[in-house]
Design a protein around this ligand. Structure first.
Ligand SMILES: [Zn+2]
Length: 183
């Protein structure tokens, strides 16, 4: 009750307070981007490619923001090597969380930033598109062939991510993945 009285008094005595008050709702209407904390401590030779991929997604979808931190995050990136030289993939532990495994042999065949944008796409809820999918989409992945160097998601892909984040929050279950577990 005393608070309300102070507010009333302020409104009566100070015209600039009324102006400031009327500006507040317009600012509140612009939603803050959903922050996705990520660390690159284990990203090795993929570090720059993943930073590029984070920038690409941050620019493409205003409602999300990958933010790198220098301690282990709920989303981690690990460079690794297999005998066959393929196998970049992710483990999604809830929206925006989990592991991105980037294989070093893949980087000699495919554009590293395209690999990273594709795998981060999974972290953002997008599924693989499979055989026959075009180079214009980042979720076509290896199906578009090594000659495809496009690392920019198309309008449909960015709209799908924006729509998913409008409906769900970081940590929520993602279709096709197990229910998230605490690590
Ligand atoms: Zn994939």
């Amino acid at each position: 009750m005393p608070r309300r009285m102070v507010k009333l008094l302020t409104a009566v005595l100070c015209a600039s307070a009324v102006v400031a008050g009327s500006a507040a709702p317009a600012q509140a209407a612009e939603a803050e981007p959903e922050v996705i904390a990520i660390d690159l401590l284990l990203a090795g030779s993929y570090t720059d490619a993943v930073r590029d991929a984070m920038d690409i997604w941050n620019d493409a979808v205003p409602g999300i923001r990958f933010v790198e931190q220098d301690t282990p995050a709920a989303l981690r990136v690990k460079e690794y090597t297999t005998a066959t030289g393929t196998g970049s993939h992710v483990y999604v532990n809830g929206l925006g969380r989990g592991w991105v495994y980037l294989e070093t042999g893949d980087a000699t065949v495919y554009r590293p930033s395209r690999i990273a944008v594709h795998e981060l796409g999974h972290i953002l809820s997008l599924p693989d598109l499979g055989p026959g999918s075009p180079c214009s989409k980042v979720m076509s992945g290896a199906w578009a062939g090594p000659e495809c160097t496009n690392d920019q998601p198309d309008a449909e892909e960015t709209a799908a991510v924006a729509a998913f984040f409008a409906a769900y929050d970081v940590g929520d279950p993602v279709p096709g993945w197990p229910d998230p577990v605490d690590r």
